[in-house]
Design a protein around this ligand. Structure first.
Ligand code: DLL
Length: 433
């Protein structure tokens, strides 16, 4: 089985666009009548739902931001009576109030469908054992993958995150075939497996669906070789539905967006102007089927590009490139934009260090300083000091060549950088404190 829903996933784009247009109009009407916030925003712009005459008219509509959700905390943007809401999730974020999202029964059905597509594209079927090591709870990762895996009839192992040694023991004992967790946790699992002296040949694992944080192609290679699996990138955000917004197929040339539910655009984050195919910018989504919390032109802050040509897998759904970072994840060092993923790529390409790193930014004597902490292997660390110094120099040079700014690289002992069971914290910016 290659597709979960071939009819939709491989639909002619012209037919898909007709469906999208119809759904967009319905959504705009719904938010105009049911959500005072949207009615007011549209009135301010002098727009009524009848002004949406083609998909292109999407750009007439106002953007929605995370701040708008916060300002309407907790339920202000919901478009149905609260009695229709069957599930609430929330994402904590680093500052302020959490972002609260609500689902109707119908929304949960959509979520299960898009996650079923995601898992099937990663090779799962009813014979699979899916170990869900994303957190269960207010975070959408655990329950989102859970419903999709149940929908395809797989055997679900709802272990949630944490308790790493037990995860591995059960992976062996239960014959897990598909692993679902953040990519950083997948690496942590692999590392713990080595400590437990469990060889990858003892696992039945075939594939993994990893997401919730940015990760590089080199990190993919690391995970694939350490766990002997095919690693798939999956993308999503709570505000839009959770995991299941887009997913990789076997060709891994971008993530197919479930466009019959979520309409994507790429904009210039500074001007709001809509950008063309292949251009990098901020990803924006309009949900066109959701009932509980429909969102119009929601700014994700994630940076990527879209590609519309048909994929080798046969799917016609647009593909988004791997997320290269977030507009708010980007660190500006002496005026130069730096994404943690760039540094990750350089480090992993060198092959001599562990895939664990952290970036520390500080301002010393009014000058921004970027320090890169990199773990080296046990073997390397017990080597001569001279060798370590050479490696430090080599890494510094490679990073400086990529970024075009000077950095300070510090090699640290194995296992000193904090491991994460969920989203990894890569950047510590001391300048804001
Ligand atoms: O992280 C939903 C999710 C769970 C996706 C499990 C995939 C797997 P939030 O906590 O709301 O939702 O965080 C959403 O995480 O805007 C991106 O910045 C980032 N993100 C999610 N998936 C990816 C990915 C979940 N594959 C935010 N690559 C998003 C890069 C990702 N970043």
């Amino acid at each position: 089985m290659r597709y979960w829903d071939e009819h939709i996933e491989c639909m002619e784009r012209s037919t898909l666009q007709e469906i999208q247009f119809k759904r967009l109009v319905e959504t705009v009407k719904r938010v105009y009548t049911s959500v005072p916030y949207y009615r007011k925003k549209m009135q301010e712009r002098g727009i009524i739902p009848e002004d949406i005459k083609s998909l292109d008219d999407l750009k007439k509509l106002p953007f929605t931001t995370k701040q708008d959700l916060r300002d309407n905390y907790p339920y202000g943007l919901f478009a149905v009576p609260l009695s229709e809401i069957v599930r609430i999730h929330a994402s904590s974020g680093t500052t302020g109030k959490p972002t609260v999202v609500g689902y109707t029964k119908h929304d949960i059905g959509i979520w299960s469908e898009v996650m079923a597509r995601t898992l099937v594209a990663a090779g799962a079927d009813k014979h699979s054992f899916v170990q869900i090591a994303y957190g269960y709870g207010l975070f959408t990762g655990g329950l989102g993958v859970h419903y999709g895996a149940e929908r395809i009839g797989a055997s679900v192992i709802p272990i949630s995150s944490g308790n790493t040694r037990r995860q591995i023991q059960l992976m062996v004992d239960f014959g897990t075939t598909v692993l679902a967790c953040t990519p950083s946790y997948a690496l942590y699992l692999a590392e713990t497996m080595e400590e437990m002296e469990i060889d990858k040949s003892q696992l039945k694992l075939k594939s993994g669906v990893f997401g919730a944080e940015p990760w590089s192609e080199n990190m993919r290679k690391e995970i694939e070789s350490k766990l002997n699996i095919k690693a798939y990138d999956i993308y999503g955000l709570s505000e839009i539905i959770g995991p299941g917004v887009s997913f990789e197929c076997e060709y891994q040339c971008g993530m197919h967006i479930n466009e019959d539910h979520f309409l994507p655009e790429i904009i210039n984050p500074e001007t709001g102007e809509v950008l063309g195919e292949g251009e990098y910018g901020e990803l924006v989504f309009t949900t066109i089927t959701k009932e509980g919390l429909p969102l119009i032109r929601y700014r994700t802050r994630d940076i990527t590009a879209l590609h519309y040509d048909r994929c080798k897998c046969g799917r016609t759904l647009v593909r988004m490139e791997k997320v290269i970072g977030r507009t708010d994840d980007m660190i500006i060092i002496r005026g130069v934009n730096v994404f943690p993923s760039q540094i990750e790529s350089v480090l992993l390409e060198m092959g001599e260090v562990e895939p664990h790193y952290q970036l520390i930014v500080d301002r010393i004597n009014n000058l921004d300083v970027l320090e890169v902490l990199v773990e080296v292997s046990e073997r390397m660390f017990s080597d001569e000091v001279k060798k370590l110094e050479q490696l430090e120099k080599k890494i510094t040079k490679a990073i400086e060549e990529t970024l075009g700014i000077s950095v300070k690289v510090r090699l640290v002992e194995p296992k000193t950088i904090e491991r994460s069971e969920g989203k990894a914290k890569r950047v510590i910016d001391k300048r804001k404190i």
